[in-house]
Design a protein around this ligand. Structure first.
Ligand code: ADP
Ligand code: MG
Length: 324
């Protein structure tokens, strides 16, 4: 199978919204009048972002999901994406499974594959996704206000617990590992929620490197600080109710660390004024996405994790950095 057979067989699909898809030197996109294009790229490398033996269907899903999560964080509606792929070999069965996972998620979000590049090399996947957002309405990191509530969607920490279990650093019962592993390998981009938060959230970001680090970007961009309530965050670990309290591995401090500093959650963290609480609840209901209020924006810079009495915990919460 040559390069062009490979592209034709696995990555060429008829386009519906784009003016031109795979097959020419450029794809052509026509955003609707009054809309801005939201553009984002994410790269996944073997050994760095996924294990060499990862299920190719899950990998296809995740490669697009992490990009759709960025569009969601901006309140953009997915439109199209390109796929740059380096492959050690043209393995037809592997490619078919990868394309299945990729294109199923693409279909679910009406996001079309319109082009890309394919070369031989160590396995690497780089997707650039394009979305549409009404001019001036994109959700940004830079506009959180003092007094705003701080929210997060879905669950936190499960992806990190799965990673540590797969690395053999902790032991999880099989059923719990399977559940946590879904969160690591098949994140669910919160696109519907992002769309409903337009005009409602004062700021938003998606969580890829861990809540503390990603929230830090919002706080610095907005020139504010925040506190997070530890108890509320612990409740967001999906597998926590099933972890035996007799198991010394899973002390509250340990779990809090995974939820606050662990990466790969691909949830949305966002802020909104207290007057918007009912509207946020309604947006979450309409998007069929759980949302929890976990803290508040404050004037004092920095991020504090506090106990139920409001006392700051002394634990440090580092975040992931490829070059740190
Ligand atoms: P060029 O020589 O102009 O860079 P290529 O010969 O690399 O174009 O690719 C041929 C066509 O196939 C182009 O339309 C390109 O966008 C598309 N393409 C290449 N690789 C992929 C891929 N992995 N997924 C989708 N489309 C691809
Ligand atoms: Mg090329």
């Amino acid at each position: 199978m040559g390069e062009f057979d490979l592209i034709a067989r696995h990555f060429t699909r008829p386009v519906r919204r784009a003016a031109l898809g795979v097959g020419d030197d450029c794809a052509l996109l026509a955003p609707r009048p009054g809309m801005q294009l939201a553009v984002t790229s994410d790269m996944l490398l073997e050994g760095r972002h996924f294990f060499p033996d990862v299920d190719p269907e899950a990998l296809g899903h995740k490669a697009l999901a992490v990009n759709l999560s960025d569009l969601a964080a901006c309140g953009a509606e997915p439109l199209a994406f390109t796929l740059a792929l380096a492959l050690p070999e043209a393995d037809d069965a592997w490619l078919a499974a990868f394309a299945r996972g990729l294109l199923a998620l693409a279909e679910q979000h009406g996001c079309e594959l319109v082009g890309g590049d394919t070369t031989r090399g160590p396995l690497a996947i780089c997707i650039t996704a394009f979305g549409e957002v009404p001019a001036g309405q994109a959700l940004l990191r830079s506009s959180a206000q003092v007094g705003d509530d701080l929210y997060v969607s879905g669950t936190l920490g499960d992806a990190r617990l799965a990673l540590e279990a797969l690395q053999g650093r902790i032991a999880l019962p099989e059923a719990l590992l399977a559940r946590a592993r879904q969160r690591l390998e098949r994140p669910n981009p919160r696109v519907a929620l992002g769309l409903r938060l337009r005009g409602l959230a004062s700021s938003a970001i998606d969580l890829s490197d861990g809540l503390a680090g990603d929230l830090g970007h919002v706080l610095r961009a907005s020139g504010v600080g925040a506190h997070l309530v530890a108890e509320r965050i612990l409740e967001l670990i999906a597998i926590k109710p099933y972890l035996s309290s007799a198991d010394g591995q899973f002390e509250p401090d340990f779990l809090l660390q995974r939820a606050v500093s662990g990466g790969d959650d691909y949830e949305l963290a966002f802020t909104a004024p207290p007057a918007a609480r009912a509207a946020v609840t309604e947006a979450a209901r309409q998007a069929a996405t759980p949302v929890a209020r976990i803290g508040q924006i404050e004037a004092a810079p920095g991020l504090r994790v506090v106990d139920a009495a409001g006392r700051a915990l002394r634990q440090a919460f580092p975040s992931f950095d490829h070059f740190a």
